[in-house]
Design a protein around this ligand. Structure first.
Ligand code: PEP
Length: 253
């Protein structure tokens, strides 16, 4: 049985006050939801990670960074290492979010180095994959997602990959209000699980959690979570309202 996992990606939103306030409201609101029934994480901007981690220290809610650099230290101005993130209380880190792939220009190779560095540094990476609308229309979803998974996990042993969570996030559904249908999500998740079984083994593929992301909201969370291979949700916009995020956590639990 895979434990459901809901993560809220705050992207470049909130400020020093609202980030802590939201974290506290989520922690309070999720008290009634048994922590053994759902894993919950929030992904604040870098500069608020530490204060949010402190605000959540007595709760079961984990802190997830939105990015990491692959080197461990040195002359890499503006970058942040896995050890630094671990040091201030992060458990998870997003790697290869679509905005980093398509706005910042990250490649599969760079993302692979980040996933590897995160694991070596004691973080649990959430590897994000997903196709553009043009790729879906050209029937390339399977090829694109398979390439992103194979390249993103290249060179990693099954033992290391067991630390990874996958997030399937079709780019056309992120921040657009367009959600993949539950069937489209299930189809992609099934493809990813089968791919992982072939790359590693059936046990790993059965145990790894695959989240769906792309305009997940309180009103569609339940039907997405009802799919066999949808193990959780990576939530952007709806995670910025504590009540909506809590409703999604309840739907997933
Ligand atoms: C995301 O940022 O990963 C995301 C899925 O955003 P949204 O829920 O706003 O589509």
């Amino acid at each position: 049985m895979r434990k459901p996992f809901v993560a809220g990606n705050w992207k470049m939103n909130t400020d020093s006050h609202s980030s802590v306030d939201m974290a506290k409201r989520i922690a309070l609101g999720s008290l009634e939801i048994a922590s053994h029934s759902v894993t919950v994480a929030v992904c604040p901007p870098f500069v608020y990670l530490q204060t949010v981690a402190k605000a959540l220290s007595a709760s079961s809610i984990a802190v997830c960074a939105q990015d990491v650099y692959y080197e461990s230290k040195g002359a890499f101005t503006g970058e942040v290492s896995a050890a630094m993130l671990k040091d201030i209380g992060c458990t998870y880190v997003l790697c290869g979010h679509s905005e980093r792939r398509h706005v910042i220009g990250e490649t599969d190779e760079l993302i692979n180095k980040k996933v590897a560095a995160a694991i070596s540094g004691g973080l649990l990476p959430i590897l994000c994959v997903g196709e553009l609308l043009s790729e879906r229309k050209a029937l390339q979803t399977s090829a694109v997602v398979s390439r992103q998974i194979k390249n993103g996990l290249a060179g990693l042993s099954a033992e290391k990959v067991s630390a990874v969570t996958i997030a399937y996030e079709p780019v056309w559904a992120i921040g657009t209000g367009l959600t993949a249908t539950p069937q489209q999500a299930q189809e992609a998740h099934d493809l990813i699980r089968k791919l992982l079984a072939g790359m590693y083994n059936g046990k790993l593929a059965e145990e790894i959690r695959i989240l769906y992301g792309g305009s997940a909201r309180p009103d569609n969370a339940e039907e997405l979570m009802a799919q066999d291979d949808v193990d959780g949700l990576l939530v952007g916009g709806a995670s910025l309202k504590a009540e909506d995020f809590l409703a999604i956590i309840r739907a997933a639990a």
